[in-house]
Design a binder for this molecule. Structure first.
Ligand code: 13P
Ligand code: SF4
Length: 310
């Protein structure tokens, strides 16, 4: 079926089912365009918590839909493709974290978990962060307890540097962001000497060192809009380019090429398609369902994050 036919069906089903479509900025352009709201992990979590509709269709990866369900359990939360996982989430299995905490219980770690983790890991954490609020949340951590930051060692190292808080870092990383290299950025800078480098904090330190600005996907939009520069080298997943070009049309955005597809793409994010979105609204599945005791344990650190971040 043509995209226009699918879009018309999605709009019709959305009204029929009283659904809200949320999409992350790494989603395919056509999904971003059909969504009611597009944002980063923090904005999406907030929007999901406030949702009054019967159904939330989450176009993103599994931990994001799970977070929506933790925060707003009386809505039906759908994820178009249940296989949309995340390499950061996989890099921190809950049983390994639990064993580590058990072995080191005398340290009494304050556990800070990046939102890119499973509900079981969230349930073991004291507080959650996103790339949009990590500095603020880490700054507010109790001064008399050692911090364990999971699962992203790159985001953790960046926040430690920004806040001056020492942290033990779990050795996890995003398979998309770890592929960016110093050489690629140097080459792009040579080709476009007037361009500023804007980079996601999931990138490695050698890459972050070359950035003019480091921030979450949402803050990239504000930064590029406000900066005096006219051209930007964007060091993150390529889905954000659609939003940047749409919201800041007067400026020029240069992607970096990595990975087997040569286009810095998160294959998990791209699993969602218009067809799967239509199917999930039509069939009302796959549904995210969570055991209530686990949901409540994961809700506490998530709510702490939302209360602490402005
Ligand atoms: P943001 O919250 O900055 O959108 O990051 C989410 C993510 O998965 C980055 O890889
Ligand atoms: Fe996870 Fe990386 Fe994909 Fe973001 S880009 S969802 S961190 S695998």
């Amino acid at each position: 079926m043509q995209a226009s036919g699918l879009i018309a069906e999605i709009q019709q089903l959305k009204t029929q089912k009283n659904a809200l479509i949320l999409a992350h900025s790494y989603q395919r352009p056509e999904i971003q365009d059909v969504a009611d709201f597009v944002g980063d992990s923090l904005a999406l979590a907030r929007r999901a918590q406030q949702a009054q509709c019967d159904v939330i269709v989450f176009c993103g990866v599994h931990f994001m839909a799970e977070t929506a369900c933790i925060l707003n359990p009386t809505r039906t939360v759908l994820l178009p493709d249940l296989d949309a996982s995340c390499s950061l989430e996989s890099s921190c299995p809950a049983d390994e974290l639990s064993a580590f905490l058990q072995e080191n219980r005398q340290k009494n770690y304050y556990v800070i978990a990046y939102i890119n983790c499973s509900i079981q890991v969230k349930a073991l954490a004291d507080v959650i962060v996103t790339s949009g609020n990590a500095q603020q949340i880490v700054q507010a951590a109790p001064a008399d307890r050692p911090i364990l930051f999971v699962p992203d060692e790159n985001l953790g190292a960046w926040v430690a540097e920004k806040t001056g808080r020492r942290m033990t870092l779990w050795h996890g990383a995003c398979h998309v962001h770890r592929l960016f290299t110093r050489d690629q950025i140097m080459q792009a800078k040579q080709q476009f000497p007037d361009a500023e480098v804007v980079c996601h904090p999931e990138c490695r330190e050698v890459v972050r060192l070359l950035a003019d600005h480091i921030c979450s996907t949402e803050k990239m939009i504000d930064y590029c809009r406000q900066s005096l520069a006219k051209r930007f080298i964007i060091v993150t997943e390529n889905g954000i380019l659609h939003r940047l070009r749409k919201l800041v049309p007067e400026k020029d955005f240069i992607p970096l090429r990595t990975g087997s597809c040569g286009c810095a793409e998160c294959e998990f994010m791209k699993l969602n398609t218009l067809e799967k979105l239509r199917n999930c609204l039509r069939d009302m599945r796959p549904v995210i369902s969570l055991p209530e005791d686990l949901r409540l344990r994961a809700l506490a650190p998530l709510q702490r994050m939302l209360d602490l971040s402005c």
